[in-house]
Design a protein around this ligand. Structure first.
Ligand code: ADP
Length: 941
């Protein structure tokens, strides 16, 4: 901003804004004053409404049963039987204007009005009401004519209520005038009633929203309901209801129902804010109101006792509730607990005061609208309750924020600590690997194995603590992807066997062979749960068996629930302890298990992870005999190929040799390792010594960048967490350095954060791959083998054989089907075997549903059409990575439709591409493509 603009801003702030504010204030004051003064001082120009209404003051006579005329006072009451017609007579004035009428207030009475013996008006709801035997209260009008002057008017009323024989005052005037008078009389009551209804509804809605936000109901909502019913009662009793509502008979029922309900939410509210101290006491008025509501309604519906005659009992309910409330407030005052809800207490006092005023006004006959004073008390109470709720919420929010801050600080501390602890553990594991690799002495090997086990356990513990703190602070999220269930089970079993090797324990896998293998879920976390249960099973079993049982239930076409059970014949859990096994930091029978290591966190984490996956976990156990932990996890099916018979695979994994051997040598390969921890660099150096690669080390990102400017590397291993320039920043600088010949080199991230989603994260940063610490020789070598240029690598015999065992086997399988690999056909010469689509096999992957199979064929057609140009493009560009992905997908989808021979052919292409065997792809692509086209034609036909 230049200086001129700054000066303008300053001027605005200092001068113009305050001046504008003052000007606006003056205008507003003038605005109101002008209105008030002119309206008071100037002469009237108003159109006067030419209406008339006055109380009829003529004399009245009661016509007795014997026909005698006895003078009566109106308003007044004469003795009458229930249902007996009672007549009152009056002589109309000597002068009646055209359009004049008389208006009578009929309280639960049927009315007939005669003038000079002629029936001129009738009010009776016998045919329009649902039930009841009286007509609801209403103003009844009778039109007068000029000729009616001096005539006799007989007003006849019939009622079966306490209002039999009761006559209220009546009005005379024009219709408009009478209504204007009645509106004026009931105006305040109706405005207050409507205001109360809106205010209480507003509170109810706000409470509902807050309940959603705070996951707990707010007591204020009960008070709001109580006041809402009160407002309903007032509204149903409004004087001019007969011109607003279609059926007043039905509406009049609401007045009684509202009165009956009021005490229930009111008592619940008080009970809540008094923390259920007087729970039993409040049950009295609540039950009474509920009983009155039900029984009273039945009595009214069956015309046994009318609502109007039940009023005293209804009032008793309200008075009882108010007495209970007062009693509890007095008790709380004595116990010094009133301070908990002092504000509401003041509100209740206000309500009581207005209730007394209302009653006095009612019984002393002061002409005040129904409930006007009482409703002011209600508004006062509601406002006080809103203030209390606001205070409570403020306090809750404050405490919540404090708790979140404390929890976050704790989680952060734990996360940092566990990261800090993992660094030296990783170094220990790495150094130990070197001892295992380089030292042939049996005793030293034994010590090193112990160090390896202990440090791995320590690492597991730290990871558990980190997971726990993440779950506790809600930071742990599932990272889902497609995974192979068969592979997962195999991994778990080899882990289990390794763990159980030192004990006389037989391990078993019992998996239903037809479970679909390609599923969608968080593989890493499922493994974590199973590993925990299986290692517990081994830990707490001296001898016998540990079984992993797997079954499933299909819940939808593409969904299933996986059931895992881990069954052991171990020490078991006492029945009284079963409910505590999933608690955090809870270890059972410490005396007995003091030699068994553990934190009591594993099962808690397992349970939280299962819950996160929308699944469930349970335990059954017989003390001394064994335990069974069962979990159910819903998963999505990505491919219908079954996992098959997995038992055979159990035998494949053998006991690993402790002494590591090199997987390959690559004397010409140049590798740069970047890590701020010299210990880690030493480990990498030591572990890779035998591969004969040329290894340079850099202790910082800056040093690494310098080295890359002077020498071309085949692979760069880059630590993520480094001071100053971290791994990601260094990588970005390297990639952006146009002159650097390592700009496009393969860079692999080294990380200690072994969490799901790492792969995506590091790929997102621009790394070619990632490697999790601790650095284990085998794994590091496998990774390097994957990324080193093929021509630099010399595989070492034995190890290579061991590692490529799986692939060899698969290749052998393919060779059995020799027509598959040997065909050299192009175009039309595609061997028939490749085009075989086994309908039965395809159906078996579709739950024998022809419809689903058709759908899958359709999907396959779409996929091939989409893939053909992509395959061509990969082939042209020699993009073997992408080629492997496409052929992998085709392997699955062709098997799904039942084309197993073609699926195997796709596998051979996938493997070749993964091994970067460009020659194989080059040689066989044309025939593979031709076969795919033919297969597509066959599907389309
Ligand atoms: P720990 O690290 O102590 O094993 P876990 O949370 O995994 O913690 O288990 C909690 C407790 O549950 C254990 O301390 C043990 O007493 C009991 N427990 C867990 N699995 C079994 C089992 N398979 N057999 C008997 N007891 C078990």
């Amino acid at each position: 901003m230049n200086t001129k603009a700054k000066a303008v801003c300053k001027l605005l702030n200092e001068k113009y804004i305050p001046i504008t504010q003052k000007f606006l204030s003056c205008v507003t004051v003038f605005w109101f004053l002008f209105f008030v003064v002119t309206q008071l001082a100037l002469p009237s120009e108003r159109d006067v409404l030419d209406t008339q209404c006055r109380v009829y003051e003529g004399e009245w006579w009661h016509i007795t049963r014997e026909g005698e005329y006895v003078p009566v006072q109106v308003p007044g009451k004469v003795a009458a039987e229930n249902g007996e017609p009672v007549s009152f007579s009056t002589i109309l004035p000597e002068h009646i204007d055209a359009g004049e009428c008389m208006c009578f207030y009929a309280v639960w009475q049927d009315v007939e009005i005669y003038i000079d013996g002629e029936l001129r008006a009738v009010y009776n709801t016998e045919n329009t009401r649902l039930f009841g035997i009286n007509s609801p209260t209403r103003y009844v009008f009778v039109e007068l004519e000029e000729t009616d002057a001096g005539a006799e008017l007989i007003y006849q009323i019939t009622s079966t209520s306490k209002y039999a024989g009761a006559m209220r005052s009546c009005y005379i005037g024009d219709r408009m005038g009478i209504w204007v008078h009645l509106f004026g009389k009931a105006g305040l009551q109706s405005v207050i009633a409507i205001f109360l209804a809106f205010l209480s509804l507003f509170c109810i809605i706000i409470c509902a929203v807050l309940k959603f936000a705070y996951r707990r109901p707010l007591p204020l909502s009960y008070l709001a309901w109580s006041i809402f019913f009160c407002a309903c009662w007032m509204m149903t009793e409004i004087e001019f209801r007969q011109i607003m509502i279609k059926n007043v008979s039905a509406l009049s029922l609401y007045a009684y129902w509202s009165l009956m309900i009021i005490p229930i939410p009111l008592c619940v509210y008080m009970n809540e804010i008094q923390h259920y101290r007087y729970h039993k006491l409040y049950m009295g008025p609540i039950c009474y109101a509920a009983v009155i509501l039900i029984i009273g309604t039945c009595l009214q519906v069956f015309d046994v006792v009318q609502f109007v005659s039940q009023v005293p009992y209804i009032h008793m309910g309200i008075i009882g509730a108010l007495l209970c409330i007062m009693g509890t407030i007095v008790a709380d005052t004595v116990k010094h607990r009133l301070s908990e809800y002092m504000i509401v207490g003041i509100g209740i006092l206000g309500l009581l005061f207005t209730t007394v005023l209302e009653m006095l006004a009612y019984y002393m006959g002061i002409g005040m609208s129904l409930g006007t004073v009482l409703s002011m008390g209600l508004v006062f109470l509601l406002v006080m309750a809103i203030i209390k709720t606001g205070q409570d919420l403020f306090e809750t929010e404050k405490k919540r924020q404090e708790a979140i801050m404390a929890r976050n600080a704790q989680a952060k501390f734990l996360a940092n600590m566990s990261h800090e602890i993992r660094t030296p553990i990783n170094a220990i594991i790495g150094m130990n690997e070197m001892i295992l690799r380089e030292n042939a002495d049996g005793a030293v090997q034994e010590y090193a194995v112990s160090i390896r086990n202990a440090s791995k356990m320590l690492l597991g513990l730290v990871n558990d603590v980190l997971d726990f703190s993440k779950i506790e602070s809600g930071q742990l999220e599932l990272l889902e992807d497609t995974y192979d269930l068969g592979e997962l089970l195999q991994d778990e079993m080899s882990l289990l066997r390794a763990r159980a090797a030192e004990k006389p324990i037989i391990t078993r896998l019992e998996a239903e062979p037809d479970i679909p293998s390609e599923l969608w879920g968080d593989e890493l976390r499922i493994k974590q749960i199973l590993t925990n249960l299986l290692s517990n099973a081994v830990k707490y079993t001296k001898e016998g068996t540990v079984t992993l049982r797997v079954s499933y239930r299909r819940t939808d076409v593409d969904r299933l629930t996986l059931y895992f059970s881990v069954i052991d014949t171990g020490i078991g859990i006492k029945e009284e302890n079963l409910s505590q096994v999933f608690d955090s930091f809870k270890r059972l029978e410490l005396e007995k298990n003091r030699n068994v290591q553990g934190t009591g966190l594993g099962l808690n984490i397992a349970k939280q992870l299962v819950t996160l996956m929308q699944g469930s976990i349970s335990v059954e156990s017989e003390y001394g005999k064994g335990s069974r932990f069962s979990i159910a996890i819903p998963q999505k099916i990505m491919g219908h190929k079954p996992i098959g018979e997995l038992k055979g695979m159990q035998m494949r994994a053998g006991k690993k040799k402790e002494k590591s051997q090199t997987l390959f040598t690559a004397p010409g390969a140049k590798v740069l390792a970047v890590d701020d921890s010299t210990m880690n660099l030493a480990v990498i150096k030591g572990l890779l010594k035998r591969t004969e690669m040329e290894l340079d080390c850099a202790e910082s990102g800056k040093e690494a960048l310098e080295l890359t400017r002077s020498k071309k590397y085949d692979i760069i291993l880059m630590d993520h967490m480094m001071p100053e320039l971290d791994g990601v920043e260094t990588l970005h600088l390297l990639r952006a350095d146009k002159k650097n010949e390592n700009r496009n080199a393969t860079v692999i991230a080294l990380t200690a954060n072994a969490v799901a989603g790492c792969k995506e994260m590091y790929a997102g940063y621009g790394f070619d791959d990632y490697f999790t610490k601790p650095i284990l020789a085998d794994k590091l070598e496998e990774l390097l083998l994957l990324h080193l240029p093929g021509e630099l690598v010399h595989r070492t015999g034995e190890k290579e054989e061991e590692n490529s065992q799986e692939r060899e086997k698969e290749r052998e399988e393919m060779q059995d089907n020799n027509s598959v690999n040997d065909y050299k056909a192009e175009g039309e010469n595609v061997p028939e075997e490749l085009l075989v689509i086994d309908h039965e096999l395809g159906l078996s992957y579709c739950m024998d549903s022809e419809e689903l199979y058709e759908e899958i064929l359709g999907e396959f057609e779409k996929q091939v059409k989409e893939y053909l140009p992509k395959l061509d493009a990969c082939f042209e560009a020699q993009d073997l990575g992408q080629y492997a992905i496409l052929t992998h997908a085709l392997k699955g989808s062709t098997l799904n439709i039942g084309a197993s021979a073609f699926s195997k052919l796709s596998l051979s292409h996938e493997l070749a591409a993964k091994e970067e065997n460009g020659g194989f792809v080059k040689e066989k692509y044309a025939s593979y493509r031709a076969a795919l086209v033919k297969l597509l034609e066959k599907v389309q036909a």
